[in-house]
Design a protein around this ligand. Sequence first.
Ligand code: GLN
Length: 321
Amino acid sequence: MVVYCPPPSKDIDLHARLDDALATILDLMTQRAARGHVANYIPPLATVDPTKFGIAVALNDGSLHVAGDADEPFSIQSISKVFSLTLALGLTGDALWQRVGREPSGNAFNSIVQLEHEQGIPRNPFINSGAIVVADILLSGRQPRETIGEILRFVRFLADDETISIDPAVASAERATGFRNEALANYMKSFNNLRNHPGPVLGVYYHHCAITMTCRQLACAGRFLASNGRNPLTGRPIVAPERARRINALMLTCGHYDGSGDFAFTVGLPSKSGVGGGILAIVPGTAAIAVWSPGLNTQGNSLLGIEALEILSRHMGWSVF
Ligand code: GLN
């Protein structure tokens, strides 16, 4: 059940209103008995405490508002696909779209079903097959270790935080259980849509999925998407405004897999989820939001994370529509 906060009053200052909303959301979410189910395909995710809840909002004015377990690191999983895509677009530009589509899949994140019909071209860069092609692009001409280091450095740079790291236990558990991702990679290789051998490509993919961040760090790393591709604190450009707009468009249409339409309907913000229970949502021109609640819905998206964003977007009047 969704309980909505009272509508915002125009005369209350934005920061106070936001703090008020976060306190209400934390209170509501802490009380929820139905919290979804934590991902159980690897032990490091299966053992995460489902009662955790954190949220952080980085406003473009440089302020940061947090509530709950906002400083506790979690596995960002598929949220990392936003950062790997951003880097890969920097390498290849629009040529990337010859190898990855830009349409919602309407299927599960690890589905193989469309690949045969569409000749090994994944529907979009946020389903696993699409992110594996992106990892292949990032790997070309480099060693896997260098590529993984480059992705991690980029995320640290975006968040302005050198402490962000990769959890090696998550990366090796992903590899040990990644039979379906291996199937996807091998299948795409058979269509010639991978330039490198699937093994090292998956090594890059598993490692970026294993990046560990807090809500605070993730909200900071997402700021460039809320401010026309610039770091709002320094004004320094990270990507061109048009590229930030396009990444946001893909997050809106494809960021929650087969739950993307419903998320656009209920929340209305570009956003990307991960099976670690995190969601990065962007309010273009205003803020980047990171929320974390480890329990997932049937589509592999954070159950309470979505509800928290629904309440926050209503309370603050934040939507791209
Ligand atoms: N590492 C996970 C996988 O490859 C990522 C999936 C996700 O977060 N949706 O299955």
